[in-house]
Ligand binder design. Structure first.
Ligand code: ZN
Length: 189
């Protein structure tokens, strides 16, 4: 799905000014089975919260400021979220380049979109699936559709990884834009 919310955008702006990927005008989110295997580089990972009461826990790599797994209680531990533009992942089909973002099936939090981000790209999917906030009724079924437990887990859950890696809280006011490093009081080495 595509999310226009201020929190997704604020995190991506922060990562970008730190040297991470460019911020898309509208971020594309995808959801993956909560079953991961850290092959290497765990020492670079940090859990980042936008503010003390922040509910999303976003894993960012301090070497390149790519953002990896994102956890939120609404995902019920069966899936994690991923910003498609913030870290390139090869899909199962080797002929599909990792720069290709899969079409979004909905767009949420349009109310948070501000034209200072750029021109809002036209939504390519079903226009009835553009929403001012979260969450449309059909989203509520996603966790149940993906079953309360994973069928054949082979790795670990992001929650177990998050217990091992350091956590950092940025202390940002909701909706504040991060246009350069001085806009974020903490979180800089
Ligand atoms: Zn969002």
């Amino acid at each position: 799905m595509e999310c226009c919310c201020v929190d997704c955008y604020q995190h991506l702006e922060w990562a970008s000014v730190m040297g991470g990927p460019d911020v898309p005008i509208v971020p594309t989110l995808s959801y993956w089975d909560n079953d991961i295997d850290v092959v290497r580089g765990e020492e670079h990972l940090k859990v980042v919260l936008l503010r003390e009461e922040g509910r999303s826990r976003r894993t960012t790599s301090t070497c390149c400021y790519s953002t990896l797994m994102v956890d939120h209680s609404a995902y019920s531990g069966v899936m994690f979220m991923f910003f498609e533009e913030a870290c390139r992942v090869q899909e199962d089909d080797p002929d599909v380049p990792p720069t290709k973002t899969r079409p979004a099936e909905s767009r949420i939090y349009l109310k948070d979109f501000d034209t200072s981000r750029g021109e809002l790209p036209e939504f390519q999917g079903d226009p009835s699936r553009v929403h001012q906030t979260c969450c449309p009724e059909y989203v509520k079924g996603w966790n149940r559709i993906s079953s309360p437990a994973l069928d054949n887990p082979s790795g670990e859950k992001v929650q177990s990884l998050f217990e091992r890696i350091p956590e950092m809280t940025l202390g940002l006011e909701e909706g504040k834009r991060i246009l350069n490093r001085s806009d974020c009081p903490v979180g800089f080495p």
